[in-house]
Design a protein around this ligand. Structure first.
Ligand code: ADE
Length: 243
């Protein structure tokens, strides 16, 4: 998979060099390219924002630098595209977007090319979304119901969630199956050695060697935890969770 990121803060993406993502890149499973939006701004100050039409607080990202940056990436992608291959999906992280979930991560992990556009300030001029939505595929995705200063941290989170689903990136694919949200439930609690730590025991069922009993215990713990912490995942109302 190839991922391009357009941002005014390329340094955020130094984090792509480390840990699992760094290894995936070294092994050729993931290719990432980070582009500075200011290179597509041509005035003396490389201005990428301006005051909002209609007035109000804050600044809005101007459409022209986005147009130039995205045209460049889509043009290059078009030249490299093989017959039958779909055009890249452009993702803009935004608190106004649809919710990014494990299911979204799975959908995006099946793409060949993703382009992420990181907004800052009060957001990007709407015409950018309209233009590229009409010409191709655009998704606005929100990490959650809170506001970050910009899209960079959201993109890092999304790229990590997506990349670990690419076959070969996570060493043991079984570890992807059991974890929180893969089965629509939160993951059960996990333990390791020593069997007793500060007087706290590993639940005896986990040390008894009965795999069926371990599985049943984990399932019950998952359900109980989900009921208590995230009843919405079970279609229950929050107020009823404590019953
Ligand atoms: N940009 C600012 N806040 C965001 C959020 N909650 N999710 C995605 N992108 C964002």
């Amino acid at each position: 998979m190839r991922i391009d990121v357009v941002t005014i803060f390329p340094a955020y993406f130094d984090a792509l060099e480390i840990s699992l993502l760094g290894r995936a890149r070294q092994r050729g499973l993931l290719e990432t390219h980070v582009h500075d939006l200011r290179e597509a701004a041509h005035d003396r100050h490389r201005t990428v924002d301006d005051t909002p039409a209609g007035g109000g607080a804050g600044m809005v990202m101007k459409p022209e630098p986005w147009g130039e940056a995205l045209d460049g990436l889509l043009g290059a992608a078009g030249e490299e595209r093989e017959p039958g291959e779909t055009e890249p999906l452009i993702v803009f992280p935004s608190p106004s977007g649809e919710r990014f979930t494990q299911e979204t991560a799975r959908e995006l992990a099946a793409e060949r090319r993703l382009i992420f556009g990181c907004g800052r300030y009060e957001g990007i001029d709407q015409r950018v979304f309209d233009e590229y939505g009409e010409r191709g595929r655009v998704r606005l995705l929100s990490l959650g119901d809170y506001v970050l200063n910009g899209g960079e941290v959201a993109v890092l989170a999304m790229v990590e969630a997506i990349a670990r689903l690419i076959p070969g990136v996570v060493g043991n694919p079984e570890s992807l199956v059991e974890e929180s949200h893969e089965q629509g439930l939160l993951e059960y609690p996990v333990y390791t050695k020593p069997a007793v730590w500060r007087g706290r025991e590993v639940p005896p069922v986990l040390l008894g060697g009965d795999h069926g009993a371990v599985e049943a215990w984990r399932r019950e713990q998952s359900l109980e935890r989900t009921r208590r912490v995230r009843p919405d995942l079970l279609g229950l109302q929050a107020g009823r969770a404590a019953e």
